[in-house]
Design a protein around this ligand. Structure first.
Ligand SMILES: Cc1cc2nc3c(=O)[nH]c(=O)nc-3n(C[C@H](O)[C@H](O)[C@H](O)COP(=O)(O)O)c2cc1C
Length: 337
């Protein structure tokens, strides 16, 4: 195909980060161009990886040509079935555990040849051969798996942002309905892990997904010098990031729920959203950890005013009690005890 550099959008990185949303309504009639998929995969390939061992791989699935689509569909969690069927492509991100054992040695050699690993930092041949490489190669697979899946996450995040830079949106999706089903469907060798499923396409909902999704406050997530001392954000920096489009209007923006209902009507699905118990919405809105702006607070007020909210089922209360206590968490918060 002929593609010139000027066909590729120059969206700035911070704006791409700000524009990214998990999109759940894709346009079933729009196929993402091959060059854009290639751009996303290149972004994944160029992500940082330990020792340059290249453990992250992917299978790109186009449902029009894939012969095992039905098998794939059987494995996806129920709430993701609509998503995969309306998306343009699915990317199955894989982590090759044997890359660690079989390629660490070569990967380090490529870094030395590239001028990245140098004696300046203490690298020397003898130590590398008698200590570093043997130690890395002796890691149990469980540890290797943790390390490498983290890297696969990096690759996926880069691929998603590269997509957003070209107006292609993504969502990561769980395939929890049939454990081991995806590995089986693709006949993956046992040293491969299926790390995550990723649906890609052009949004049918507004590309802003109804606004940037609320997060915990910055100072609740980031600490200064020690854990527990809040690192405070500079409001002037946040303001500048807002102007650059990285921090955007919080969800739900005006018209979001009308759009959700319109899309539901168009595809013969149920309208509306799920709501939590009244007492719980009130408690959440007063939770100091969350960075709640006016949009979500207004929505919470509306939901409370509308009423007709459920209570937690008894089984769920028992589940909270059992699982939270198991993790040393205070269950009173959810149960109002
Ligand atoms: C590893 C991972 C798995 C996810 N799995 C699902 C999923 O199975 N279904 C879904 O609807 N969203 C899934 N999400 C999307 C999150 O729910 C989403 O990130 C969250 O709604 C925050 O919204 P945002 O991504 O638009 O900022 C997943 C996200 C991550 C990072």
């Amino acid at each position: 195909m002929s593609l010139s550099a000027s066909d590729i959008s120059d969206k700035p990185t911070l704006k791409a980060i700000g524009d990214r949303r998990s999109i759940r309504y894709f346009d079933p009639d729009r196929r993402v161009e091959d060059w854009k998929i290639q751009t996303m995969l290149q972004a994944g390939r160029l992500a940082s990886c330990q020792g340059n061992i290249n453990a992250t791989e992917a299978i790109v699935v186009d449902k029009d040509t894939c012969e095992i689509w039905d098998e794939i569909e059987e494995c996806v969690s129920g709430f993701n079935v609509q998503i995969i069927n309306q998306s343009s492509h699915l990317i199955f991100w894989l982590t090759n555990l044997n890359a660690w054992y079989g390629r660490a040695n070569d990967g380090l050699s490529t870094l030395a040849l590239s001028g990245a690993l140098t004696k300046y930092h203490g690298w020397n041949y003898e130590f590398t051969m008698t200590q570093t490489v043997p130690r890395l190669m002796s890691f149990p697979t469980e540890r290797t798996e943790n390390l490498l899946r983290f890297e696969s996450g990096q690759a996926v995040a880069q691929a998603m942002l590269a997509g957003v830079s070209q107006d292609v949106y993504s969502i990561l999706i769980a395939f929890g309905r049939k454990p081991g089903g995806i590995e089986k469907a693709f006949g993956l060798p046992p040293h491969y892990r299926f790390t995550w499923g990723h649906a890609v396409g052009y949004p049918l909902e507004n590309a802003d997904g109804g606004g940037q999704r609320v997060r915990l406050k910055y100072e609740k997530l980031f600490h200064k010098d020690e854990h527990g001392t809040p690192l405070l954000p500079d409001p002037a920096v946040d303001e500048a990031l807002r102007q650059k489009g990285m921090i955007q209007e919080q969800a739900p923006v005006a018209g979001r729920f009308e759009q959700v209902d319109e899309l539901a009507a168009r595809f013969h699905r149920d309208p509306g959203v799920v709501s939590w118990p009244e007492r719980e919405i009130k408690r959440l809105m007063n939770d100091e950890d969350w960075d709640f702006g006016p949009n979500i607070k207004e929505r919470a007020e509306e939901v409370l005013k509308h009423g007709d909210l459920p209570d937690y089922p008894e089984e769920m209360k028992d589940t909270f009690r059992k699982l939270m206590e198991e993790h040393g968490l205070d269950v009173k918060k959810f149960l109002g005890e």
